[in-house]
Design a protein around this ligand. Structure first.
Ligand code: SF4
Ligand code: SF4
Length: 238
């Protein structure tokens, strides 16, 4: 009979005769499909707990595998290998090697949150997808995404100054991602700004970027925030 979620099975494990008759019954094509068994030995017992320490994956243990997330998923409609239900299943079993095989697909989640709204168990699959991506980045399995690098720059400035200076966040981000300052969109943005803003205001913005007067007296706030985040991380480790 037809196999549900056949896209999850490696092609070499599927055996099928295009034309086959058994005891007078035509079982050609998918009616005679067989799957070669396999043995998976490498699993991590505590992986579910590890994943739950990442924001968004706290409820992964609640999944009862109904498949509603996958059925409603925007990306599954485009690509049958994009399967949040399956990745949650692998996460709960600690089959990290199998998860890593899909490292080039999981990031395609578009955060539409259809899965989150439909899940009857409040698992928040979208959050689980993000947690898996961050776990892979932390393990060095995938390179840090530009959004992670932006977050790090943003957070570093908050710790250092208590709040951010927009221009400095952008400069730091471009530097860390080895991007040129002369981005077409930034040039266009500056051109439009210069047309509309009074010269005095533009000059003040330029000076602000260099002198950072906005963040001068926020140093203590940075320390407080830094302490708070450390405490939160500690409590997630318990
Ligand atoms: S909808 Fe929720 S409970 Fe159902 S498989 Fe997806 S995550 Fe699990
Ligand atoms: S948030 Fe991601 S996993 Fe959830 S339905 Fe949208 S694309 Fe699919």
């Amino acid at each position: 009979m037809a196999i549900h979620e056949k896209a999850l099975i490696e092609a070499e494990r599927l055996r099928q005769h295009d034309s086959l008759t058994l005891e007078g019954v035509d079982v050609s094509g998918h009616w005679n499909t067989m799957i070669r068994p396999r043995t998976l030995r490498n699993y991590h017992e505590d992986f579910e707990k590890t994943l739950q320490r990442y924001p968004g994956a706290e409820n992964v243990h609640r999944c009862w595998q109904c498949g509603s997330c996958t059925n409603s998923c925007t990306m599954y409609a485009q690509n049958l290998q994009f399967n949040p239900r399956y990745w949650i299943y692998l996460s709960r079993l600690g089959l990290t090697d199998e998860l890593i095989k899909d490292k080039d697909i999981i990031w395609q989640c578009v955060s539409c949150n259809k899965c989150t709204h439909i899940c009857p168990r409040d698992v928040r699959p979208e959050g689980v997808m993000k947690a898996l991506l961050h776990w892979m980045e932390d393990q060095g399995i995938t390179p840090k995404s530009p959004s992670t690098i932006f977050d790090e720059e943003f957070t570093a400035q908050i710790y250092k100054r208590g709040r951010i200076e927009d221009t400095h966040v952008l400069l730091g981000f471009f530097h860390k991602t080895k991007q040129s300052l002369f981005q077409p969109w930034l040039l266009e943005f500056s051109k439009r700004m210069s047309k509309r803003l009074p010269v005095k205001h533009s000059l003040r913005m330029g000076l602000n970027a260099v002198l950072r007067p906005k963040t001068k007296s926020w140093g203590n706030t940075g320390e407080v925030l830094s302490r708070y985040v450390s405490q939160q991380k500690e409590s997630h480790r318990d």
